[in-house]
Design a protein around this ligand. Sequence first.
Ligand code: SF4
Length: 423
Amino acid sequence: MSFCYGEILRRLGVGRENAERYDTVGFYYSPSNLGGCDRELYMQAKGLWSLAPGNRLLGIFRDGEAHEELTGSQLEKAGVRIVHAQKGCSLALPDNELIRSSRNIAGVSFHQCPVCGEALPSPCLHGHIDFVVQNPLTKRPEIIEHKAVNTHSWQATVERLTEQGGRGAWAHHTRYCVQLGLYLVSLSRQEGLPDAEGVLLMKDKNTAQFLDIRLRYEAPSDILRVVGAAVEGRSVMGEDGVFAVRGFMGHAVNKVMRIERAVRAPEERHMLRVPEAQCSSCAARTACRSEFHVPVEADTGETGLTVPATAEIASRMVEMKRLKDEIAALERRRDGIKSYLVSVLKTLAERENKAVSIVAAEEGLILSLRQWTRTDLDRTAYEALSAEEKAVVDKALKTTELQYPVVRRVPGPVKSPADTDPQ
Ligand code: SF4
């Protein structure tokens, strides 16, 4: 019988050396998990569920680390100065009774990191930054968080970015964005920078293509923004792509407190926030179903009389909720397509120096760009003003430029541009 290398790797576990470090201190809030679902964090904090990586998962971790090491050496070869790799990061948490008495916080339940050995004397979010590099252009320090993913996930991320801009990246990879965001908070605090930038560098493991998703943290206003995305130099960020999370660090601290409050008063646990779209692929869903048997939205927290729904009303409520979700999903999809078509038409118009229509001959459709401006003004009130007052209003008026891709069906046979080409 032939020898199967894959079989011994699966049985012995290529990542066995990593297993111990996941066992040493148990669960604690960290930059890498704080972007996860409230319920998942609650179950881990209560010890009801834990991510116990088997050999296969440990193998995936190790595989990711190998890609990360390779990318690090390639960056250095390309002339990027790596200031630190796997740098310990400790983000101080406020002094609060819930935090001080938690069993789930680095610097409270344990005082030395089992991975990097860093001393942790006070409550913090502790994690490890893949790379702190010197930006070759600005010479400022910035962070690279490396993620090696499969082709499906990589392409889905690029599509989301193209269709929905930064909002799409955030929705698709909240956990990664929060992780990088927290590292950026720590970089800005450590270096005394008013803002700090970093990149989620996503590698398609199958094609070795790289996607940069650039985030910026602005310390004075506590805002985290997704500011750009590019595949190897080509922007893939859809129109209106910049997405901002206001009060970013404040939200992170609130999340820890919200979960710790629920840990101490489990009857409150159904008030924890639930993601809309991650449950089907969640490793904790079996434990979640048995722990959260209460309906997610049963208690709205609103005052007033609550009465049970009749079967008729309940079915309409379900239908209403389903339609609302479907329409919201369709609208998101339409907005993404709209942005894409507008950017294609604008690029062509710029190149040709005139308006351009695109013909889909087989489908019998023509695409063109409709543009208009909108100024919200009460004409009657405006006409009643004096010349000086009108001048003030004119100065304060906001005119919005609107663009919409119009797809029309062309009656009768349609000629493609190639058919009409004089050549
Ligand atoms: S199944 Fe859904 S709600 Fe439950 S822990 Fe997972 S992501 Fe959260």
